[in-house]
Ligand binder design. Structure first.
Ligand SMILES: CC(=O)N[C@@H]1[C@@H](OP(=O)(O)OP(=O)(O)OC[C@H]2O[C@@H](n3ccc(=O)[nH]c3=O)[C@H](O)[C@@H]2O)O[C@H](CO)[C@@H](O)[C@@H]1O
Length: 383
């Protein structure tokens, strides 16, 4: 009898990072055929991750870059329909809240293929923020058959929305697995950026702050305000370096380079590969971000964190003193970051051994849920 195939469908950098630990586990099994399908929603930033985690790609779908969400949706839908028809996976696994996640869930649903949604049940409660991700995640939850909830709060949300408990499993977030894997490699090899790296200019005796911002709902005023706050911080704290890896989205590039390129202690780089980014977070004094993944990683590393958003679907970290939701108001960002850098505000870090987001075993739990579910399916009589 042929092995059941499990299709992992990913299209962006964060999905690839977060699915990598599961891909590693499934690749090691001889009773499952792993099919990693890349939709091409992002190209360049995704390639770095595939290479670094040595992920075996089964299919790359030819989706045009830089198109509108509607065009991306329709092109991906057509390509995924063809791919699923051809391969008939026993299970389609999607991740999080991207366009790829939603479209792959819908394309699978149309063919009555079961979907497992990893990182199910997160909600900001605001359909416009994060936009469009909040609704993509809700729609994927509606279409999925199995829900891998990263936290108990995410499970409770799914239960409150009427999903059956038997289809939900609390697993922890796979981002913690990926982060600890990378941190271990950095520690084991005493790795640090070499002279060819964009971070070569960082001097060990100077403190640094990491900044990232790319959310669509921040484009325009929000991003400009964030950049103004960073400019003010850089002028006030000349003994600190402010490192900002800039997302490849042209709107983000224009806003960030336009506002910040003339400051000597602001280091603007292209997106960093995951090893560089993890090293930067491990050594950062403070992290400012609107990225969901970096929120989870900063907390897991026990770093003081300012979230540059008005809402978050990851409220667990707000229960401790190390994390503040500061929004995009430049004065609020400046005051809070300035006080941390002046040691007037102690943002007590989380204990890294008790991250609310996971313990590094999420991929193992997802694997056993999938294996259990596949076994149950073969036992069920054909209808
Ligand atoms: C609303 C929201 O939050 N939606 C999220 C969205 O992802 P995001 O906002 O977290 O995305 P990014 O910030 O692009 O990526 C983050 C990852 O990339 C690494 N990184 C970053 C900069 C760099 O220069 N080099 C890197 O390696 C970084 O360490 C981290 O692991 O989709 C995910 C998948 O479904 C969801 O989970 C997640 O909810």
């Amino acid at each position: 009898m042929s092995k059941p195939s499990v299709a992992l469908v990913v299209g962006t950098r964060p999905e690839a990072i977060k699915i990598a630990p599961l891909a590693h586990r499934l690749r090691g099994r001889d009773d499952i055929e792993l099919q990693l399908c890349i939709t091409g929603q992002h190209q360049e930033m995704l390639e770095q991750v595939l290479e670094l985690f040595e992920l075996p790609v089964a299919a790359r779908l030819p989706v045009p870059q830089g198109s509108s969400l509607t065009r991306l949706t329709s092109e991906m839908m057509r390509e995924l329909d063809g791919y699923f028809h051809e391969t008939s996976p026993a299970l389609v696994v999607v991740h999080g809240d991207t366009c790829t996640c939603f479209v792959a869930s819908l394309a699978a649903f149309h063919l009555q293929l079961p979907v497992a949604h990893v990182e199910a049940g997160l909600r900001s409660g605001n359909r416009h923020s994060p936009w469009p991700e909040e609704n993509y995640r809700r729609m994927a939850d509606t279409l999925a058959e199995l829900h891998l909830a990263p936290t108990p709060a995410a499970r409770d949300t799914l239960l409150a929305e009427g999903l059956p408990a038997s289809r939900i499993r609390v697993t922890g977030n796979t981002v913690v697995d990926a982060l600890l894997w990378m941190k271990q490699r950095i520690d084991d090899h005493r790795w640090r950026p070499d002279h060819t790296s964009p971070l070569a200019c960082l001097q060990p005796e100077r403190r640094h702050v990491l900044i990232t911002s790319h959310r669509r709902e921040s484009h325009g005023n929000g991003l400009q305000s964030i950049c103004r706050a960073v400019a003010r911080l850089a002028s006030r704290h000349t003994d600190v370096d402010f490192v900002f890896p800039v997302h490849l989205n042209p709107t983000v590039q224009q806003a960030v380079y336009g506002e910040l390129k003339h400051y000597r202690n602001v280091i603007l780089t292209a997106p960093l590969d995951y090893r560089h980014l993890v090293w930067l977070m491990m050594h950062a004094e403070l992290i400012l971000t609107d990225s969901g993944g970096i929120q989870e990683e900063a907390v897991t590393l026990g770093k003081p964190l300012l979230i540059l958003r008005d809402t978050t679907e990851r409220p667990e970290a707000l229960a401790n003193e190390g994390t503040r939701l500061v929004g995009t108001n430049p004065d609020a960002i400046y005051e809070c970051a300035h006080n941390v850098l002046e040691s007037r505000l102690e943002l007590a870090p989380t204990d890294p051994s008790s991250s609310p987001y996971g313990d590094g075993q999420a991929a193992r739990r997802i694997e056993s849920f999938i294996v259990e579910w596949l076994a149950g399916r073969t036992r069920r009589p054909a209808s």
